[in-house]
Write a protein that binds this ligand. Structure first.
Ligand SMILES: Nc1ncnc2c1ncn2[C@@H]1O[C@H](COP(=O)(O)OP(=O)(O)OP(=O)(O)O)[C@@H](O)[C@H]1O
Ligand SMILES: [Mg+2]
Length: 250
């Protein structure tokens, strides 16, 4: 396993945002982490990346990196797309990529990366002027530019329309086929799950259940605590029905 966590815990004030979570991901494998808002998914990923103080162990490519800062984990092959913005807003899309490549002393063509995420025509646009979905794809390209062996991806599909989402999904799937170990969380469950080999449900900081992809959505814990069961979904409230009728007549 190229990445493993053993009994990882993170305290946030008086609550345990992450509580005794263990997981592992192999090369060429994708693990999904799903759960309601506040379950601790982002905190888990940031602890794996070394951005918050955690108890427990993180192992990366055979080495205990639990006490190493983020930069050292990155040098050892870890990539991280955090939930919040991670671009340099004053630089163009191309220069964002050129900068990370330069810092890592990697020779690669930023245009190829922009092309991969469907942003070739936006190369000269300052990152602050990109749309939310374009910025998200630039953030993905920025993480992939460093050729990580393991990628922690926190809501890569947030704000993406169906076509852009498909571009991002295909990029990640291709990298996993090439050997990337991916740990992904996203509330677009079907789309993210399609990338994954296994998936883990987190609730209240705890890993509740882990299942192979095809068994995840039907696991009782997942149905009860995260997904909406279509058969039990409430009827549309009267106000929503009235709006529908208005839409049709207008
Ligand atoms: N900087 C912080 N200070 C205090 N508490 C925090 C902080 N960041 C997160 N928390 C708390 O930690 C818990 C887990 O938050 P986290 O962001 O990891 O959830 P999440 O599963 O990623 O949710 P979402 O699906 O909404 O992104 C929540 O109770 C949250 O309020
Ligand atoms: Mg989150």
């Amino acid at each position: 396993m190229i990445l493993s966590a053993r009994s990882l815990s993170v305290a946030r004030g008086r609550v345990m945002a992450v509580s005794e979570v263990s997981l592992s991901v192999a090369r060429g494998e994708a693990l999904g982490v799903f759960g309601p808002s506040g379950a601790g998914k982002s905190t888990l990923l940031s602890a794996l990346a070394g951005q918050v103080r955690a108890r427990g162990e993180v192992w990366l490519d055979g080495a205990d990196v639990s006490r190493l800062p983020t930069e050292r984990r990155v040098q050892r092959g870890l990539g991280y797309v955090p939930q919040g913005p991670s671009v340099l807003f004053d630089l163009s899309a191309r220069d964002n990529l050129a900068t990370v490549l330069g810092l890592a002393r990697l020779r690669a063509d930023p245009r190829a990366l922009l092309d991969e995420v469907g942003l070739s025509s936006r190369a000269d646009v300052p990152a602050r002027e990109l749309s939310g979905g374009e910025r998200r794809r630039l953030e993905l390209a920025r993480a992939l530019a460093l050729r990580p062996a393991v990628l922690l991806c926190d809501e890569p599909f947030a704000g993406l329309g169906p076509r852009d989402l498909e571009v991002a999904r295909a990029v990640l799937a291709a990298r996993v086929r090439d050997g990337l170990a991916l740990l992904v969380t996203d509330h677009r469950v079907a789309e993210a799950l399609a990338l994954c080999d296994r998936a883990l449900l987190m609730v209240d900081g705890r890993a509740v259940v882990e299942r192979p992809r095809d068994d995840f959505s039907s696991a009782p814990e997942v149905c009860d605590r995260y997904l909406v069961d279509a058969a039990r979904a409430p009827q549309d409230p009267p106000a929503a029905r009235a709006l529908d009728i208005g839409g049709e007549s207008g």
